[in-house]
Design a protein around this ligand. Sequence first.
Ligand SMILES: Nc1nc2c(c(=O)[nH]1)N[C@H]1C(S)=C(S)[C@@H](COP(=O)(O)OP(=O)(O)OC[C@H]3O[C@@H](n4cnc5c(=O)[nH]c(N)nc54)[C@H](O)[C@@H]3O)O[C@H]1N2
Ligand SMILES: Nc1nc2c(c(=O)[nH]1)N[C@H]1C(S)=C(S)[C@@H](COP(=O)(O)OP(=O)(O)OC[C@H]3O[C@@H](n4cnc5c(=O)[nH]c(N)nc54)[C@H](O)[C@@H]3O)O[C@H]1N2
Ligand code: SF4
Ligand SMILES: [Mo]
Length: 730
Amino acid sequence: MSDFLKHFRTEQLEKGKEKIMDTKCPYCSVQCTMSLIEEKIITRKRFKAKPNKSDPTSEGRLCIKGVNAHQHVISNERVTHPLIKIDGEFVKIPWELALEYIAEQFKTIQREDGKDAVAAYGGGSLTNEEAYLLGKFARVGLQTKHIDYNGRFCMSAAATAANHAFGIDRGLTNGLHEIKDAKCIILAGTNIADCQPTILPYFRKAKKNGAYIIVIDPRETGTSKLADLHLQVKPGKDAYIANGMLKVLSDEGFLDEEFIKNRTDGFDHVLADLPSIDLEEMAQQSGVSAEQIKLAARKYGEAETGFLFTARGVEQHANGYENVRHFLNLVLGTGKIGKHACGYGAITGQGNGQGGREHGQKADQLPGYRSIENKEHREYIAKVWGIDEKDLPGKGVSAYEMMEAIDQEEITAMLVMASNPVVSNPNSIFVEKALKKLRFLVVVDMFVSETAELADLILPSSSYLEDEGTMTNLEGRVTLRKAERPMPKGVKHDWEILCDLASALGKKEGFSFSKAEEIFEELRLASKEGIADYSGITYNRIKEVGIIWPCPDTNHPGTPRLFDSSFSHRDGKAKFYPVQVSRQFPEISDEFPILLTTGRLMEHYLTGVQTRRSPDLLSRAKEPLLEIHPDTAATYGIDNGALFQIDSKQGSMIIRSNYSDKIRRDTVFAPFHWGDSQSINRVTSPALDPFCKMPEFKVCPIRVSPLVERKLVHQGQGGKQNETVDQGSS
Ligand SMILES: Nc1nc2c(c(=O)[nH]1)N[C@H]1C(S)=C(S)[C@@H](COP(=O)(O)OP(=O)(O)OC[C@H]3O[C@@H](n4cnc5c(=O)[nH]c(N)nc54)[C@H](O)[C@@H]3O)O[C@H]1N2
Ligand SMILES: Nc1nc2c(c(=O)[nH]1)N[C@H]1C(S)=C(S)[C@@H](COP(=O)(O)OP(=O)(O)OC[C@H]3O[C@@H](n4cnc5c(=O)[nH]c(N)nc54)[C@H](O)[C@@H]3O)O[C@H]1N2
Ligand code: SF4
Ligand SMILES: [Mo]
């Protein structure tokens, strides 16, 4: 840079053109904090993300997504006006008219089709205040029973399992800082290296301190590189590993009888069933040798301290709930919980995946993790909301079931806020068809997502840099996200939109908030004495670092570790689960001879609406690639880098192959970050877990076949071409 330019630039900056914004990454559940420096040099903007060293969770780390998160905020594809669809085209419409029109449509539809015909569908990116308000809006504003959210696809199996086993669902039972002291760590179906990269160092530290690390995953991943033992399970068959391990723990005297006797319930049933478990059968079913299962059990059993973590790999199955319960048997059987460096963690996914499931977006839940089916809970919340308990709707159906209800024309209008269901639901060809049947669809988003494209009306919302509110991270730490960048003209915050819509529906009372903090104050009251008690948390208390709930009063320091002396069930005891595996698993056949599993790449986030609009992330992974073993590919005539077709019972999609010898030969893996014909959910199965309604994203029998046209082969393979990213510019 010439001296002149240097001088000029300094002058520009001195004139206050540099803005430093304290913020948090909008993506995953770690919620890393950072300072985002925005420089304006003449007309160009430059951004630089500086991680915050005093963040107790990220410890001053950021991953590639956090570094580039601002790129979607400044994308010129941001929607900055309400848009109404007229003759298939979106045209701008003023806010007042848009709100009036929505209110009129919702009222007409409710009059004609019934109150429950209008549904709300939320998301785990919403702040606690917005998730809370969306729940209140559905129940009080619309008086509909139908509200659910994308977290159903995320945390529902682990949440239901933890509620039943422990009496409480908080992702991690212990603070992350305890991981380094654990002597054995089981990572089942979790790819932390790509999905929560900034917490990987906690595990590295543990390993350095001598921890034995066991990874259970059908693929070798960045996470399995840490492993001393990698159990390459057949997709869907984790329960056989867990039960095989329990059998070994029992046979070889590793169970903690004192703990079982004093702190748990239901072990008798387990004990009665254990003799029927045949280790060889467990090995044969799971695709992991009996020797490896034994070794895993011994290492976990003999370690003085230990953690067991699960994530979507074991949870996103039609028996995801039971999978988690089987793993929890290992934790309870060895008494590795409720003390230092011993515990369980369901690694939460979305930025506010934890808070989003505590305050009433879920079909069966009221704020503070209260139950909509419990009379006392209903009465308490009705009082906070100033309504009669009788006017509070009951329980609705789960996210995917809402799509079925739309298909059945029981739901005829929907408000989607912060989700892209047409890409993230399983069996998405059906879902798209169903959504097209709606009489009226409103989508609140920053972009014209694949779902927004189907909308009758799109309302533009603010981004993470613009929207203040609290987010609860994977530790259960309630943190305050500041909003220091003004939002584009024409955009509103999600909570403002809900207040305005309520007002347009004639329900102004109870929705006249003028800032997020006022909503939080009501949420504190609503959560008081609930399971997820936030009543002791104030904006002022969390302006530096967050507080881990439960926090029942303003002097309470928060609760990093749960279950030191008792579990959260009324009798204080944790519950075992019978070891029988009764379900019929989806199996391969001559027609569909390969098992598909799906998941994530480091570079993209969920359905990719934000990260595909971030040039530095998109350039690293331009299109979905199917991880396939070269031997499997050879069997079906698939060249490396070739575009080919995947078919399942549900539908087809086109994808490019990427040879990898790091995956089982009977399994292929695809990411779900792309839409339209590249969406892997066009083929995934609509099977749901009967306990928690989690879809079966992680296993689906498919067939692969070469496309007739081979011309595209070897053209631009996408993938990690651009390894170095200029972190300073955008
Ligand atoms: N980069 C990135 N990070 C993210 C996200 C993202 O989209 N991109 N999303 C966030 C969200 S919302 C979530 S929920 C989390 C998800 O975090 P994870 O659950 O860790 O991510 P996934 O890739 O879905 O699945 C994890 C692993 O499960 C394995 N797996 C597949 N089938 C099975 C099986 O049957 N058994 C076992 N044991 N393992 C199996 C996959 O090979 C994969 O490596 O990540 C969060 N972080
Ligand atoms: N095959 C397969 N499918 C899966 C999964 C899998 O592993 N495999 N995982 C499932 C999981 S764990 C999850 S969490 C779901 C996620 O599924 P989705 O809910 O579809 O997730 P997103 O892609 O985050 O969609 C968020 C949408 O909201 C917008 N948005 C982001 N922040 C805000 C905000 O603050 N306000 C508003 N109004 N809009 C916002 C974004 O632009 C985007 O369009 O996908 C599920 N689907
Ligand atoms: S994606 Fe997750 S790990 Fe990466 S910077 Fe954002 S919050 Fe941190
Ligand atoms: Mo998720």
